[in-house]
Design a protein. Sequence first.
Length: 301
Amino acid sequence: MKIGFIGLGIMGSRMAANLQKHGYPLVVFNRTRAKAEPLLGPCGTFSDSPAKLAGEVDVLFTMLAHPDVVEQAALGRNGFLNHLKSNAVWVDCSSVNPSFSKKMAVEAEARKVRFIDAPVTGSSPAAADAKLIFWVGADTADLERIRPLLLCMGNKIVPTGGHGTGTSMKMVVNLLLGTGMAAFAEAMALGEGLGLTSNMLFDSLLGTPAVAPFLASKREKIESGNYEAEFPLRWMQKDMHLASISAYESGVALPLTNVTKEMYRLAMRDGHAAEDFSAIYEFATDNERVTGNVHELETRK
């Protein structure tokens, strides 16, 4: 079985490397070739385009930034979807909205290609350690066909139902992560404003029912001020925006999510876009900036 992999960013590069570690030969494509170099050699070749790659593989994984990029890679000039073999499998691990996954499933079916939406939960360390969770929207037979490949990259596979249900689950999970991180940041800002030390707040809050367990893993980043990205803030904002689009399409109200995604957007404007999404803490607790904004508003009055 020959495998293709398109999208070698923070997550995709680690996922592809784990497939190679299990002996699977890869054909890879990335807009920036330099990111593919560590994968090239006897078990890894670089393709000049998604279209050329598609003709060489039986299973294709995509791990791309957002729906527009996925669609361009699949259906744009030199896109792969018209060049995959009949009965080949396309596994999209990108974080996209469910209606987009359903649209891609229809496009794939029209070309006799099997489509699976299989977004993941887990940051870059989990990707490196093959401890990702896969949320899989697929026919049962298609899932079983690729299960060994998923287990090279993750340690949990959750079948969610038909096409679009994997991405639906990912929307729910990232909504909780994004709002949970922002709520914690605001709570810390309040505590510090009331005179409590951040150390006191961390020691008192972490491990209690009041905060999500994942927040303990963000303490070191916050205390050191080193927000090297495990999951970039701009992609969290994107996922929360896609959740709001999905809610609109489904007739669901998400007032907290819509406010929170704009908080992340403001943090992006303040220079935190490429940092880990936990940098929302620095944005929320920057008292000098907050005070300055309030003063500016008062002056305008």
